[in-house]
Design a protein around this ligand. Structure first.
Ligand code: F6R
Length: 603
């Protein structure tokens, strides 16, 4: 959570810093701040609210300077306020720092700093950092040594950027939170994530935990905490900056929903050859030693994992999904024949990373299924499969869910061939269906009636989503998307489970979205009838061929017929649109829903 950035150049930095902060707002948006060195000291401006509020404060451009750091916050220690907004300074205002993560021992550090006369102005854990550095500068250390010595005292997870008045450099480090260097022509950059500076440079150096970097206008130099040199290559990222812009859409979420035909084509491109999969780092035989698969993830990624579990189990593999935060706390048994797949768009979710580390430590083989090249998950795991969905900015995950499921189909096909040695006839049919999935998503987007359905059926007392098998995963995902951006009550259930309790909630004021995939249609039909008996309107989300469901339901959102393993991906696109249009009608902050952030780097 939180986004940090820095620009280190010869000319003014404010405009670039504001762009970077806007690009990082998906990581947090309850306060924002910037500090620049302007030759006459360090000018700090910070406000509660979004980056647009900060922009208003800075509109006269009097606060510019060539070297600056910035922050957009998702609160952990202390509520959103001007005082708790970053950057934070020491007592004399000479040292200024921004931070993403949690300093676990901050209370002890703060107490001892206070005992030595330091005065604090915020509730944050971050504020100890400039005070610690300030003390060391006062003792005669140079800024780089003071910075390394101060961070050596910190426990927890962090990415930090710091500057000292009159010193033309930014000092930064990471341990457990992401941080990348952008190598530009006019200036160099630091940020929590690449889209922050993609408009200025596509040359990126991914830092590792424990790295300390000194960035100047001309250069950057990496060491470890003791000052020994560390070498990290600069890589060119292939993302187009336009991918990370909103264009003519009102919201990133709508843009990203509409990008799904393209992002799915990218996910699949070059990975299917005839009746087999050709996954770059996973040639035939890669998984012959695997006898058990565990999938870990959070939120939408957990739902994609559930979808994957269902596919793998159906294909004869021993597969289970775990909510990553639970897995880390109560790890399931693993051995060297266990493959643990971390499903994570950002590759930075603390709970998922913790689960992967725990599995790895206990001897399992780990695979990161992620959208972000160079992310911590990608570097923590034994293997990486990139979902190649392109940057996702809207806090609500949309296109990455589809690409995660498509990637799990691909890796599942490799697994099933390697483990059972027996690709069924169905495998070929499914791969053919996967190849046509982008076109079918396009058809859904072109013909969807979700806007009018969401207007007609708005749940006064709640909104329910039901499905069986892989459609259960999509029911949970449909409900998550709905509650996350409308703030209305929404729940997803396994359709057969409704009668074991949740049916008590069902009334004429609770629309129920029933997702049909073509498997066991008569069972879903009887669930629908149970619901209608309680007067709730049922909206079927299914192929037209699902007449059991479409003829029974009160309204119908059609998806094209395809292989039943993949129909639920199409249904999910309809549910993304339902959530979007309902939230738009309610004028919600769709791209930045309250209390949430895109990348959750705290446990
Ligand atoms: C919901 C959403 C979250 C994320 C979750 C995991 O729309 O986006 O539930 O799916 O925080 O994030 P990643 O996939 O980055 O690990």
């Amino acid at each position: 959570m939180c986004g940090i950035t820095a620009r280190i150049g010869e000319d003014d930095s404010l405009a670039d810093l504001l762009v970077s902060l806007e690009n990082l707002e998906y990581r947090g948006y309850d306060s924002a701040g910037i500090a620049v060195q302007n030759g006459a000291g360090i000018d700090v401006n910070k406000v509660e609210g979004e980056v647009s509020e900060l922009q208003k404060t800075l509109s006269d451009h009097e606060h510019d300077g060539p070297i600056g750091i910035g922050h957009t916050r998702w609160s952990t220690h202390g509520p959103p306020s001007d005082e708790n907004a970053h950057p934070h300074t020491g007592c004399q205002g000479r040292v200024v720092a921004v931070h993403n993560g949690i300093i676990e021992n901050y209370a002890t550090l703060r107490e001892s700093l206070q005992a030595r006369g330091h005065e604090f102005t915020s509730d944050t854990d971050t504020e100890v950092i400039p005070h610690l550095v300030e003390e060391r500068l006062a003792a005669g250390m140079d800024p780089e040594i003071a910075f390394r010595d101060a961070i050596d005292e910190l426990e927890g997870s962090y990415a930090i950027a710091m500057m000292v008045d009159g010193d033309p450099a930014v000092y930064a480090t990471r341990d457990g939170s992401p941080l990348v260097v952008g190598v530009g022509r006019e200036a160099n950059y630091l940020a929590s994530d690449v889209p922050a500076f993609l408009e200025f440079t596509d040359r990126v150096v991914y830092l590792e935990d424990g790295d300390v970097v000194v960035v100047t206008p001309e250069d950057h130099r990496i060491t470890d905490i003791d000052g020994s040199p560390v070498s990290r290559p600069a890589e060119t990222v292939e993302w187009d900056p336009e991918d990370a812009e909103k264009g003519s859409y009102d919201h990133y979420m709508l843009k990203e929903i509409n990008e799904q035909p393209v992002s799915l084509r990218q996910t699949i491109r070059g990975r299917i050859e005839g009746e087999d999969v050709t996954l770059e780092d996973f040639p035939p035989g890669t998984f012959t030693d695997i006898s058990r698969v565990q999938l870990v993830g959070c939120g939408t990624s957990y739902h994609a994992g559930m979808y994957g579990e269902w596919l793998l189990s159906k294909w004869g593999l021993d597969a289970n999904t775990y909510i990553a935060s639970e897995y880390a706390a109560y790890p399931a048994p693993v051995d060297e024949e266990t493959l643990v797949i971390g499903v994570t768009q950002s590759g930075e979710t603390a709970d998922t990373l913790e689960a992967l580390r725990s599995a790895r430590k206990r001897g399992a083989r780990t695979l990161a299924l992620t959208n972000v090249i160079g992310s911590t998950a990608a570097r923590t795991c034994d293997d990486v499969l990139l979902i190649r969905a392109g940057p996702e900015i809207g806090v609500a995950a949309t296109k990455t869910f589809s690409s995660q499921v498509a990637s799990l189909v691909l890796v599942g096909e490799r697994l099933v061939r390697d483990v059972t040695g027996d690709p069924t006839e169905e495998c070929a049919e499914r791969l053919a269906a996967l190849e046509s999935l982008p076109d079918l998503v396009e058809e859904v987007l072109d013909t969807s009636q979700a806007a009018s359905i969401s207007q007609r059926w708005s749940g006064e007392a709640g909104n329910f989503f039901i499905g069986r098998g892989n459609a259960h995963a999509v029911a949970l995902e449909g409900a998550l998307k709905f509650k996350e951006i409308t703030y209305e009550h929404a729940e997803g259930f396994a359709a057969g489970e409704l009668k074991h309790g949740p049916l008590a909630l069902v009334t004429a004021e609770t629309p129920v979205f029933a997702i049909g995939t073509g498997r066991h249609p008569e069972r879903l039909e009887s669930n629908v009838r149970e619901i209608q008996t309680r007067l709730a309107p049922v909206i079927a989300v299914a192929p037209r061929t699902e007449t059991n469901l479409t003829d029974t339901a009160d309204a119908f959102l059609a998806v094209p017929a395809t292989h039943p393993d993949l129909v639920a991906v199409l249904a999910n696109v309809q549910l993304q649109l339902i959530a979007y249009h309902a939230a738009d009608e309610m004028e919600r902050a769709i791209d930045k829903p309250r209390n949430l952030a895109k990348s959750v780097t705290v446990e």
